[in-house]
Structure formats: structure tokens, C-alpha cells
Design a protein around this ligand. Structure first.
Ligand code: AMP
Ligand code: MG
Length: 355
């Protein structure tokens, strides 16, 4: 067990199964006093605060620089705690909880009156998730509180998948970080709205639409919203830019061979203009490319691996101070849907179709 302070933030490092419970208890005490503790989950690191304490929640928004109307996901350690947070719980919620919790699925339900508006961004609904990470579960159990936990990054930056990423953004702004190593899923949870007739995916994530449809024995829909729309977005998160590295990122879309040709062409053109070009590609493309700033995310045949490494790679290009990033696009099957959603957000409107 190692505890050190980095710019005033306490880092719980080197946690082992033997020390997990005492470390979690110490961190839980910080939460119970209204402080903020970043913790690992299977998706990304979360920034935890007591979800029923409006002041603790206000601190989360301040530390992240998050817009006030973007609601937080509330983390629980057993499905029964849904009753404490949600005013109505349809059978579909229990069924999905049974299949996918602990895991990367967030359910949006009508909120109980005592859940503060600060937590829900003023909405009358609450987003709930039970994470699958031993450190997160030990913390939540020891705190015995529902814990609000958005991604533990500065708003707009790539989400953190290691304790170092959290410290990069938030050291000195929060009380503590629990280091649980790199996050295995690496993209955030699927956010599913269960309030209407048809289950609606507000954000694609670690659990795929196919998996949800199979359990519910019905289709679910994907929420669509564009910036120019006069209507309010179905989820406030849809209207904010996200996951942006410092350099502009261009995303390619189309057949892999055509993408490769375009990657080579643009790399050459931009290098001739004196730019340092970062290439964010599959292992297959990396093998055919030349240059120093190539990050291979893994084989195109294993999109889950690519998703798990994406955010760390974006931060790595920030550290290398590249001038521009060119990213390969992938199929939207399975977890590819979440992967492409994050890449599209990181790209803003800079998408290049190669047919
Ligand atoms: P993050 O905390 O970074 O994982 O983001 C949480 C996401 O869940 C954001 O996109 C929010 O807009 C969305 N979210 C949280 N609570 C609700 C809610 N009650 N209704 C709709 N979307 C929500
Ligand atoms: Mg986030």
C-alpha cells in the first residue's frame, strides 16, 4: 500500500486484493464527508461524489469544468438501490440489470424527488449504473452511498483510462484518486432511456444494441440529434463536444484499402507542408505505413481492443504535440458503434469519406 500526494491530491497506489478493503474504506470516508474521489471502473475512471449531496455534486462540476445542465450517472453496488433513486422501475430495467450488471450499461429512469436537480442537470430523470470493477465496487460498498461519477477528465478532453490521465487533468482539484490500473473496456457505458415505449440508446457504449435487443426481445432505437436541430437533445451530453485531442483530428470512413491509400496521400501532403502528422490506425494499416508518429490500436478484427486503447492514444498524441491526427475508421458492428461514435466526436465535423 502506497499513498502519496500529487499537488495536494491523495493517490492510493499499489492496491492489492489484501489492501483493497482498507484502502476503499479510507477513500469512502472522503466521499462521506462530501469530498471527491476518482475511481477506476471497467469503462473509464469516474469522478465520484455523494450523489445526494448537492454541494459535493457542485464540486464535481467545478473540478471538471462541466456544463451545469449535463447530468451525472449515479453509481450503485447492488441493483436494489435503484429503488432509492428511481420513482418507477419497469420490468425491462430489472431484466437488463440481471443480464448486464455489473457492467457498462446505464439506465435512465424517472427520478425520486430527493435526488437533487444538481445531479440530474435539472431533469426529472436519473441515470443509474452498477460498474464491474472490484475497486469501484469496494468503494461504493464502503461508502454505502449512491455515488455520482462522470468521467474523471476535464470536460471536452479524452476520457481517462489510467490514474495518470486523471492526475494529468485533475491533480490539485480533487481530494483523491484510487489507482486500479488501465480500464479494460476503455469506452463509456451505453446510456439507455427506458421511460418511453421503445427503449432508446442515448449514447452507444460497452453493451451493444444487439445485446440489449436480444434480452428485451424487441428492437431498440438510436437517439439521433444534430447541432442545428431546434428541438432539445434527448440527452444533454449530445450537444457538447467531447474527447477532443489538442490537434485537429480527421476521421476517414470507407473501405480499408481506400482508407489506406488516402492515409498515405494525406500523410505525404501534410508532411510536405511541414506538419507533424499522427496516424491513429489498425495493426493491419500500421504494417503498411511508414513514419514515426503511428499508433497502432490493434487488429481491425478485434474492435474491443481498439476501443480500449483509443483514449490513451489520443492523449499520447497530445504529449507528442503532433499538428494534426489522421484516424482510420471502422465498421459500426457490435462495439464498433461506440468506437466510431467516440472517433466522430473527437473529429468534430472533420470526416473524410473515401467510398
Ligand atoms: P459521463 O458522465 O461523461 O459518462 O456522461 C454521462 C452521459 O449520460 C452524458 O452524455 C449525459 O448527458 C448522459 N445522462 C446522464 N443522465 C441523464 C439523464 N437523466 N437523461 C439523459 N441523459 C443522461
Ligand atoms: Mg465524459
Amino acid at each position: 500500500m502506497v499513498r502519496k500526494k500529487i499537488k495536494g491530491t491523495l493517490l492510493f497506489d499499489g492496491i492489492t486484493p489484501a489492501t483493497l478493503h482498507s484502502e476503499a474504506a479510507a477513500a469512502a470516508e472522503i466521499l462521506r464527508r462530501g469530498g471527491l474521489v476518482a475511481f477506476p471502473t471497467e469503462t473509464v475512471y469516474g469522478l465520484g461524489g455523494d450523489a445526494l449531496n448537492a454541494q459535493a455534486v457542485a464540486k464535481i462540476f467545478r473540478a471538471k469544468g462541466r456544463p451545469q445542465d449535463n447530468p451525472l450517472i449515479v453509481h450503485i453496488y447492488e441493483a436494489e438501490q435503484m429503488r432509492e433513486l428511481a420513482a418507477e422501475i419497469p420490468a425491462a430495467a430489472w431484466l437488463l440489470a440481471e443480464h448486464f450488471w455489473p457492467g457498462p450499461l446505464t439506465l435512465v429512469l424517472p427520478k425520486q424527488p430527493h435526488v437533487p436537480p444538481e445531479t440530474t442537470g435539472g431533469l426529472d430523470s436519473v441515470a443509474i449504473r452498477l460498474p464491474a470493477h472490484p475497486t469501484a465496487l469496494a468503494l461504493l460498498r464502503a461508502a454505502a452511498l449512491p455515488v455520482a461519477g462522470p468521467s474523471a477528465n476535464t470536460s471536452g478532453r479524452p476520457s481517462p483510462t489510467t490514474a495518470d490521465h486523471v492526475l494529468e487533468d485533475l491533480a490539485g482539484r480533487i481530494e483523491a484518486v484510487l489507482d486500479g490500473g488501465p480500464c479494460p473496456v476503455g469506452v463509456e457505458s451505453t446510456v439507455l432511456d427506458l421511460r418511453g415505449g421503445i427503449p432508446r440508446i442515448l449514447r452507444p457504449g460497452g453493451i451493444t444494441p444487439e445485446q440489449i435487443s436480444q434480452v428485451l426481445q424487441r428492437e431498440c432505437e438510436l437517439a439521433h440529434w444534430v447541432q442545428s436541430s431546434p428541438a432539445a437533445p434527448p440527452s444533454p451530453g449530445l450537444k457538447y463536444t467531447h474527447y477532443a485531442p489538442r490537434a485537429p483530428l480527421y476521421l476517414l470512413r470507407g473501405e480499408p484499402e481506400r482508407q489506406l491509400a488516402k492515409l498515405q496521400q494525406l500523410q505525404q501532403e501534410w508532411q510536405q507542408q511541414g506538419k507533424r502528422v499522427g496516424l491513429l490506425v489498425s495493426a493491419e494499416s500500421a504494417a503498411a505505413l511508414q513514419g514515426t508518429d503511428i499508433i497502432s490500436l490493434g487488429s481491425r478484427r478485434r474492435p474491443a481492443e481498439i476501443a480500449a486503447r483509443l483514449f490513451a492514444a489520443l492523449r499520447e498524441f497530445d504529449a507528442r504535440q503532433v499538428d494534426v491526427i489522421l484516424a482510420e475508421g471502422y465498421s459500426t458492428d457490435g462495439v464498433g458503434l461506440a468506437l466510431m461514435n467516440r472517433l466522430e466526436k473527437a473529429a468534430g465535423h472533420r470526416v473524410i469519406e473515401v467510398g
